[in-house]
Design a protein around this ligand. Sequence first.
Ligand code: CO
Length: 136
Amino acid sequence: MITGLSHVSIVVPDLTAALEKMRATYGLTASEIKVNDEQGVRMTYIDLGNAKIELMEPSRPDSPIAKFLERNPKGGIHHFCLGVDSVEQATNTLTAAGVQVLGAGKVQLNVHGERIAFVHPKDFLGALIELEEHSG
Ligand code: CO
């Protein structure tokens, strides 16, 4: 069901400043910034080869991650993402096992058009988990 680690996601208060710090201090460069209106985020990825770092900032004041920044003004790790063969299958299997899948029943897409779902932290050792379907 789970095929690997896709990315670790960090919420930042200022995406431009975060990218500059990653570049200047760590020599890491990111992909083009994209906006996911549905999720209310501006985001970009730093590709590490075997996994990515996802950097997100709110794209609007009522963004779901604006609340996270209220609690963590300097930003911090928000979730990590596991690749799965099929989000629908994984969601069905996990729901049957008593796991709370967030926004169940509604297909969510990431900026790359891949299907995603989220698992409630209470059902994954306290960590918010994103499941991402990789085509091909
Ligand atoms: Co993510």
